[in-house]
Design a protein around this ligand. Structure first.
Ligand SMILES: NC(=O)C1=CN([C@@H]2O[C@H](COP(=O)(O)OP(=O)(O)OC[C@H]3O[C@@H](n4cnc5c(N)ncnc54)[C@H](OP(=O)(O)O)[C@@H]3O)[C@@H](O)[C@H]2O)C=CC1
Ligand SMILES: O=C(O)[C@@H]1CCC=N1
Length: 269
């Protein structure tokens, strides 16, 4: 244990931590030997160890051995680990948090001391190098404290710097966003199966979503313009959009995103 010296410790070796670690290693931002993950689950530790990283059971060991500490547990878990963190974190540590909702000040309050906090809201497309991450620094972070964080998250897609006040909205739009798209995919696949397209349903939907997303990202047109270009007067798309409008789908989706933002604010206390 005393020999262990790492650049980065993950506290919580879950799904997001794995996506972040894989991107960092794949893009050469960090070597596997520079990363340690702490998780009570032997299964999760095995995943990290299998990728060449150090994996330990107790977070104290990981934190004491590392320069930067990524809090990648669920927001509700912070209260449980705050005491352990408080005992090992020092002013030399940079604390990177991906926990939804929890403001830097709230994290410092839970741990009971001022900390150099860098907050990030990533999303799961990071698993395929197409993540969207937003990064904000807390009050006690110093100039340059977010440099490794920017590199880590840019390695898994796009990373931007934002103000912490924007984080609840960002969590709702891009953090939770992939789930809304998967929800649409579920609905489209169900319709495809009902229309007798069972064996092609997944490909038809996945390739359509991928193509539409690429077009949206690369075209100078707005989403509304692109939609109009698909919608021939009196045609099939118009019939679908009419049905969606009659059921207030646009407002419903916008309200859903705002519900996510409200929940993020609530998690922040
Ligand atoms: N999933 C997503 O799309 C996104 C998630 N986030 C944020 O990322 C964070 C992690 O989410 P996600 O990866 O999905 O969650 P996971 O549940 O996959 O990961 C959390 C991990 O932490 C482990 N854990 C629990 N207690 C401890 C402890 N005391 N010490 C160390 N590890 C512990 C959990 O183990 P066990 O399961 O055994 O409890 C689990 O392996 C959350 O805060 C979430 O808000 C942010 C953006 C997107
Ligand atoms: O649902 C959640 O709380 C986390 C944060 C953003 C995406 N998943």
């Amino acid at each position: 244990m005393n020999q262990l010296q790492c650049r980065l410790a993950f506290v919580g070796a879950g799904n997001m931590a794995e996506a972040i670690a894989r991107a960092a290693i794949d893009k050469g931002v960090l070597q596997p030997s520079q990363i340690v993950a702490a998780d009570p689950s032997a299964e999760r530790r095995d995943v990290f160890a299998g990728l060449g990283m150090h994996a330990v059971e107790t977070l104290g060991e990981a934190v004491a051995a590392s320069e930067q500490v990524m809090l990648s547990v669920k927001p509700q878990t912070l209260a449980k680990v705050a005491g352990e963190l408080s005992a090992v974190l020092t002013d030399d540590h940079i604390v990177i948090s991906i926990m939804a909702g929890l403001r830097a000040a709230k994290i410092e309050q839970a741990i009971g001391r001022s900390l150099r906090v860098v907050r990030v809201m990533p999303n799961t497309p990071m698993l395929v190098g197409q993540g969207m991450s937003a990064i904000a620094t807390g009050e006690h972070a110093r100039a340059g404290d977010d440099e490794l964080t920017m590199k880590l998250f840019a390695a898994g897609g796009r990373a931007i710097r934002v103000d912490e006040s924007q984080m609840d909205g960002i969590t709702a739009v891009s953090g939770s966003g992939p789930a809304y798209v998967f929800y649409l995919a579920e609905a489209m696949e169900q319709a495809a199966r009902d229309l007798g397209l069972g064996e092609h349903a997944e490909l038809l939907v996945a390739q359509t979503l991928q193509g539409a997303a690429k077009l949206l990202a690369e075209s100078p047109d707005t989403a509304a313009d692109l939609r109009r270009k698909v919608t021939s007067p009196g045609g099939t798309t118009e019939a679908a959009i009419k049905h969606l409008d009659e059921h207030s789908a646009l407002d419903t989706i916008a309200a859903a995103v705002k519900a996510a933002a409200a929940r993020s604010k609530e998690l922040g206390g």
